[in-house]
Write a protein that binds this ligand. Structure first.
Ligand code: GDP
Length: 442
């Protein structure tokens, strides 16, 4: 997400390199590039205009900070303003009802049904007992889709049929959810290809009948400004409480994420990062801004890793990184986890400075084949070698290559990457306790 915007902005900031101080002229020149970068990312033009004006004003008005270069001063301001643009503070779900109700709304194909199941899984991890309610009686197979997902998750689901009325379904589901001992309901409502009055009436009816705690507008991030316009319409009719942006794993340029708060006043609460039910992340505006500016996103990484780790394991790992005791055996264990999370590249890219490594390792979405190959190489090592990679001299490397059926060069590059990664991790985890410091801004 945000890749090309990120590249464009770092180009724009090069304009400030070597400049002694900020003045009208160099701010003007630099911000012209920033403006183009944002427009190219499909950010709403009014939003871009206001953003650029604000940054310019602040850049001109601020006192010279001796410890920051001119470029860093601008990046600092852009970072703060981007965070505001993306919504400011992270906003979680506010669930008060008993049972609490979350209503998913949006156009057809936006990802409502998938996101309903993803959020149910997220909530179960938070110790809630979710109840799924298919209330889209028009789209063929929508009921079945959610029912199948519920089964996959081993969660109770309301037995809706296409003959039923959606408002009745939701009303009755409240009773059934209580009977099943559930404390949160996810209402998956109908969407259309385009907004229409009847749909809006129906959604308003459901809202009136069960007063949801949250009405989440689900939007496909790939549709950019269209998503923002549709959000505004839904918000007008239903007063939504938040937004879920799906398909952020695709080549969405970021325009929707960067415009939606300014245009609708509503925050993005979650982002969908893939088709798997675990591919859902809470959206943190400050972390996203840092990611856009190429400062990596250590916190998201750790959280993502934690979601597939056992309790206490993340702490142990961090400790190992810090003491440079992370060995190839640990690496192999983590590789297996990465298969569960999705791609290794997506993890590496979150770590400052490791974006390059993810490219070196090949495809950003490293296929299972690649993961299997690295695993095979490590499996061909003795435990002693895994614990002390320094032992692996040229003749051992040859043996390992032979044993795992790869080229010697593959073993060499794997070891080199591992070495680089350990060094990076150690640096990153340096400092006292917890996660260590975020690296300096570029
Ligand atoms: P609905 O019509 O709004 O209920 O949309 P669905 O939940 O059926 O989703 C439409 C399609 O988008 C399905 O093929 C989903 O697998 C896919 N999808 C949903 N969320 C994501 C996401 O975050 N990333 C990707 N890559 N695909 C998604």
């Amino acid at each position: 997400m945000f890749d090309s915007l990120s590249d464009r902005l770092s180009e724009a900031f090069k304009n400030f390199k070597g400049q002694g101080r900020l003045d009208e002229k160099n701010i003007q020149d630099g911000m012209r590039e920033v403006r183009l970068a944002l427009l190219e990312a499909d950010v709403n033009f009014k939003v871009v205009k206001e953003f650029v004006e604000k940054v310019k004003e602040r850049a001109l008005g601020q006192e010279v900070q001796k410890n920051l270069s001119v470029g860093q001063q601008v990046i600092k301001i852009v970072n703060e303003e981007l965070t505001l643009l993306l919504g400011g503070e992270q906003e979680g779900l506010v669930l008060k009802g008993k049972p609490a109700k979350i209503m998913m709304v949006g156009l057809q194909g936006a990802g409502k049904t998938t996101s309903a199941a993803k959020i149910a899984l997220y909530l179960r991890r938070k110790k809630y007992k979710p109840y799924l309610v298919p209330a889209d009686v028009y789209r063929p197979a929508a009921i079945e889709q959610l029912t199948v997902l519920a089964k996959q998750l081993d969660m109770p689901v309301y037995p809706s049929t296409t003959e039923m009325n959606p408002v009745d379904i939701c009303r009755d589901a409240i009773v059934k959810a209580e009977e099943a001992g559930c404390d949160v309901m996810l209402l998956d409502t109908a969407g259309r290809l385009h907004i229409d009055e009847l749909l809006m009436e129906e959604l308003a009816g459901i809202k009136a009948a069960c007063s949801p705690d949250e009405i989440l507008f689900v939007a496909d991030a790939m549709t950019g400004q269209d998503a923002v316009n549709v959000a505004a319409t839904f918000d007008e009719k239903l007063d939504v409480t938040g937004v879920v942006l799906t398909k952020m794993d695709g080549d969405a340029r970021g325009g929707a994420a960067l415009s939606i708060k300014s245009v609708t006043g509503k925050c993005v609460k979650f982002v969908g990062m893939g088709e798997k039910l675990s591919d859902l992340e809470l959206f943190y505006p400050d972390r996203a801004a840092s990611r856009i500016l190429g400062m990596g996103d250590v916190l998201s990484l750790i959280e993502k890793a934690q979601s597939v780790m056992e309790e206490g394991e993340a702490e142990k790992l961090t400790e190992k990184f810090r003491k440079a005791k992370f060995d190839l055996e640990d690496f192999r264990t983590q590789m297996r986890r990465m298969k569960k999370i999705g791609s290794m590249g997506s993890i590496l890219k979150l770590i400052p400075g490791l974006g390059g490594l993810s490219k070196q390792l090949g495809d950003i979405d490293m296929p299972d084949k690649e993961l299997n190959r690295i695993e095979a190489i490590i499996s061909s090592m003795t435990m002693e070698e895994r614990k002390t990679p320094k032992l692996i001299n040229p003749s051992r490397r040859k043996r390992i290559a032979k044993g795992s059926g790869v080229e010697l060069a593959d073993v060499n590059s794997m070891l080199k990457n591992f070495d680089q990664m350990s060094k990076m991790m150690k640096k990153m985890m340096g400092g006292k306790g917890g996660m260590g410091k975020m690296p300096q801004m570029p």
